[in-house]
Design a protein around this ligand. Structure first.
Ligand SMILES: Cc1cc2nc3c(=O)[nH]c(=O)nc-3n(C[C@H](O)[C@H](O)[C@H](O)COP(=O)(O)O)c2cc1C
Length: 190
């Protein structure tokens, strides 16, 4: 079983990426390893609602999501990172989530569950510039439903507000530590 980290920020070396690297560092500190994929570097078309997955359990679009359809069921731990854009995840992350309709169709329409396999766990890592109390609500909700479609149990998060400039999160010692510890928890459990 593997650990998969998806970075939904289009800003490579940005705040989300820095936190995800901390998670990775934590995983490696306990002897684990993970693959980190930048969604912005993939060709990920948005879902077109064609309904093919509802009949066949497979996506009609042939792009880089095909690789993720294979990787996700094999990942025991899936960490999804995204900055907040207009109170939700980025377009790159949302394109990925919408393409998870394949998993939703397999589970809820075609009855293709993976009950015999071990539990899979999902985590949210997110950053935002502002301090509003409901900042992460929409991202959390989108992700929880996406994890449900993937048969993944939500198992934790690291989120931080008040970071805007690229790299600003490097000043947030507590958050970096929380990301590192999340990585250790994941690495120890894998
Ligand atoms: C298009 C866009 C929309 C944004 N919307 C929000 C928002 O609704 N709330 C917020 O707190 N920050 C918002 N931000 C700020 C980002 O969340 C912030 O800059 C974050 O640190 C970027 O993370 P990154 O470096 O990982 O890309 C937005 C930024 C952009 C570019």
């Amino acid at each position: 079983m593997s650990i998969l980290i998806l970075n939904g920020s289009p800003r490579i070396n940005g705040n989300t990426h820095i936190l995800l690297n901390k998670v990775l560092e934590g995983i490696r500190s306990v002897g684990g390893d993970a693959e980190l994929i930048h969604l912005a570097e993939l060709q990920l078309a948005p879902c077109i609602g064609c309904g093919v997955c509802e009949q066949k359990g497979e996506c009609a679009i042939d792009d880089d999501m095909t690789g993720l359809y294979h990787k996700i069921p094999k990942a025991q731990h899936l960490i999804i990172g995204s900055p907040i854009y207009f109170y939700n995840v980025t377009a790159q992350t949302k394109a990925f989530i919408d393409r998870c309709q394949v998993f939703w169709s397999r589970k809820y329409l075609l009855g293709r569950t993976r009950e015999e396999e071990p539990l899979h766990y999902g985590y949210l890592v997110s950053v935002a510039a502002t301090g509003g109390g409901k900042c992460f609500d929409c991202a959390r909700l989108s992700l929880r439903y996406a994890f449900d479609a993937m048969d993944i149990t939500f198992n934790g998060e690291v989120v931080v507000q008040g970071v805007d400039e690229r790299g600003a999160v490097a000043q947030k010692e507590d958050t970096l530590q929380a990301a590192y510890e999340l990585g250790q928890k994941i690495g120890s459990a894998a």
